[in-house]
Design a protein around this ligand. Structure first.
Ligand SMILES: *Cc1c(COP(=O)(O)O)cnc(C)c1O
Length: 356
């Protein structure tokens, strides 16, 4: 039997996606060649790229005027690219510091210009979402991280202001219905909720580009990749193909609104147990809790061995919290079933019985 995979990233993918991807590595669509040994300029692969883009547009209900790109370098390279492409010479960018990924993003932006950190939750190990900040009217853009993978916090509303809105959506894209017309640039490493590591999804409003007054190296320029349909250089063919399979899986399931309902149910079941069971406590502030990464601790640390043994016996994998937070983190991305969440809830209840 396969394990119940609560890994934060790279993370769980639907079983049928893994099966189809492995078949394509052997013999792609019955053409007698592997997906990973054919030209990215073949009609077979061009179709994969086109279908992937179409699925992103459809599933997110993207308005006209946005480009969809599949790039490399992870979300971490986007920290730099966003600033390169949007931060004007002598301009200023506003950042909301809601976790380690936000902090890394703003560090890269500082290479290009002035950065104004308009809010931070660092004072409490990022266990809440900063509120009551004002967005400066003269910023080139505002950057925020919608879901803080490490701490288990999530923005329930997006920051509203006059500036362009840029979002790192690595760990919650495709998990809930959002109005993408409110965003100007969104990026997400594939390996949390979309596919395997190796590609980064970028969604950018075309009209915001080309305004910085600086020269941008080709590979860092979104306009290069837009003009070449994400094929300026060899794209990560396996990562794009497997992402396409995941998006097809999501579409067949009923799309983002259908998965959002399931995600709400999974998170509700797990948080209910954390709040009910006297041996556990949640890490994140209740109102800011993430639907994707559920962080919690034992109330008495010395029960660790007993709980870990119960998890092992139940084939639970990847539950260890991030080293900066400790405790546990259950990542319950789109592909995680409610049955697997129930297995974890049962293990928590078993601990309670054992200690009674
Ligand atoms: C994982 C993660 C990143 C880093 O992604 P890479 O693809 O490894 O660069 C950035 N932001 C968030 C929110 C993440 O969860």
């Amino acid at each position: 039997m396969k394990k119940h995979n609560f890994s934060a990233g790279p993370s769980i993918l639907p079983q049928e996606v893994l099966k189809k991807a492995s078949e394509a590595v052997n013999n792609f669509n019955g053409i007698g060649l592997s997906l990973i040994e054919i030209s990215h300029r073949s009609k077979e692969f061009i179709e994969v790229m086109e279908t992937s883009k179409k699925l992103v547009k459809e599933l997110l209900n993207l308005p006209e005027g946005y480009s969809v790109l599949f790039l490399q370098g992870g979300a971490s390279l986007e920290f730099l690219m966003t600033a390169y492409n949007l931060l004007k010479v002598d301009g200023k960018a506003a950042y909301i510091d809601s976790g380690a990924w936000s902090a890394k993003a703003l560090k890269e932006a500082k290479f290009l210009g002035e950065v104004d950190v308009i809010a931070s939750s660092k004072d409490k190990i990022y266990n809440y979402i900063p509120k009551n900040y004002t967005i400066p009217t003269n910023a080139d853009y505002v950057h925020y991280t919608s879901n803080n993978t490490i701490y288990g916090t999530q923005f329930k509303e997006f920051p509203k202001g006059e500036s362009l809105l840029v979002c790192d959506m690595s760990s919650d894209i495709f998990s809930r219905v959002l109005d993408f017309s409110k965003f100007d640039l969104v990026y997400a490493g594939a390996q949390k909720n979309m596919g395997p590591a190796g590609t980064t999804l970028v969604i950018v409003k075309d009209e915001i580009l080309g305004e910085t007054g600086r020269a941008i190296p080709s590979m860092l320029d979104y306009q290069t990749h837009i003009s070449k349909d994400s094929m300026f250089n060899t794209p990560p063919v396996f990562a794009v193909y497997t992402s396409m399979l995941t998006l097809q899986w999501l579409k067949n399931l009923g799309g983002v609104s259908a998965i959002e309902k399931l995600n709400n149910e999974k998170a509700a079941a797990l948080y209910a147990e954390i709040d009910r069971n006297p041996h556990f406590k949640g890490f994140a502030e209740v109102e800011d809790r993430s639907l994707m990464n559920v962080t919690f601790n034992l109330t008495i640390e010395t029960h660790k061995d007993a709980f870990n043994a119960l998890c092992d016996a139940a084939s639970i994998s990847g539950l260890k919290g991030h080293r900066s937070v400790g405790g546990y983190r259950a990542s319950i991305y789109n592909a995680m079933s409610i049955e697997s969440v129930q297995v974890l809830v049962n293990a928590m209840q078993q601990l309670e019985k054992q200690l009674a």
